[in-house]
Design a protein around this ligand. Structure first.
Ligand SMILES: Cc1cc2nc3c(=O)[nH]c(=O)nc-3n(C[C@H](O)[C@H](O)[C@H](O)COP(=O)(O)OP(=O)(O)OC[C@H]3O[C@@H](n4cnc5c(N)ncnc54)[C@H](O)[C@@H]3O)c2cc1C
Length: 240
């Protein structure tokens, strides 16, 4: 693993309370879609007991020019500094780490069950897979409370049109609180929803990621549906 200095190009709000940070990709950095790095603030204006470093999955695909990270903007010292960073600000990146990456065997479908900010490595993996035209069947189930909260929704759903072996299933749990139109699924990701799009739950490799309680809920649901533990891969976003 290596350390890199990364320079902020710009930041933008990509969903309510969620921001994406675009960095110049440092020379020499190579990562696999789905991996993460540790970002450290350098000489921040404020800090707290959690310190100046957080793990972030790469939200960008390796083929993309920018290095993108995305975060739910809670009111912590780290996030306050992140939110007000000006273009040109430098951070330290240590990585890449992790093995939450697409399996090789193309005949085995890949099914991603994600929610909220857990979408970051899924965006990276899906965009890279479509770019590389991998033969795998890929299904993404992406849960949020409302479309307003769903980061990278357009990126993931637009990719759908371009590739017949890719299926995107967005689901919203609290549409009564939304002012947007939604024609997709509603409610939590459940066995019945998976079975609408998958004939056999024992075939795919399932990738679960996001805040620990969501990963646990998805794992329990899959186990109860008879999915073998060996076919479940997880990435927990500790800290939520
Ligand atoms: C492999 C990996 C990949 C990750 N990828 C991402 C990613 O892509 N994007 C991303 O946003 N995060 C990601 N995370 C989580 C990230 O590293 C931070 O832990 C997370 O963003 C929380 O940071 P924070 O500054 O908001 O809270 P912290 O200051 O780290 O919070 C410390 C503690 O206080 C609690 N806490 C703080 N604020 C609140 C609040 N408002 N309400 C309730 N409890 C609170 C937290 O639960 C935690 O226990 C990843 C983590 C891992 C391990």
């Amino acid at each position: 693993m290596s350390e890199y200095t990364v320079k902020l190009k710009f930041s933008r709000e990509i969903a309510e309370g969620t921001m994406a940070f675009h960095f110049e990709k440092p020379a020499g950095l190579s990562f696999k879609a789905g991996q993460f790095g540790n970002l450290t603030l350098l000489n921040p204006a404020e800090t707290d007991a959690e310190g100046n470093t957080r793990a972030f999955s790469f939200a960008s695909a390796p083929y993309e020019d920018d290095l993108i990270f995305a975060a739910r903007m809670r009111d912590t010292a780290f996030k306050r500094v992140l939110k007000t960073m000006q273009p040109g600000t430098e951070l330290m990146l240590d990585g890449p780490y992790g093995s939450f990456t697409l399996h090789n065997k193309a005949s085995v479908p890949a099914v991603f069950l994600t929610g909220g900010i857990g979408v970051t490595p899924v965006r990276s993996i899906v965009l890279q897979a479509l770019h590389d035209q991998v033969p795998h069947r890929i299904l993404v189930f992406y849960a949020n409370r409302r479309p307003e909260d769903a980061a990278f929704l357009d990126d993931l759903s637009a990719a759908h049109a371009a590739n017949p072996s890719y299926t995107f299933v967005g689901t919203m749990a609290e549409m009564e609180k939304s002012s947007r139109e939604w024609h997709g699924e509603t409610g939590f990701i459940k066995k019945a929803m998976l079975l609408k799009f998958l004939d056999d739950l024992t075939l795919p490799i399932f990738y679960l990621d996001g805040p620990a309680p969501m990963v646990k809920a998805m794992r329990d649901m899959l186990s109860a549906a008879g999915v073998d533990e060996d076919n479940i891969r997880t990435e927990e976003f500790s800290g939520y």
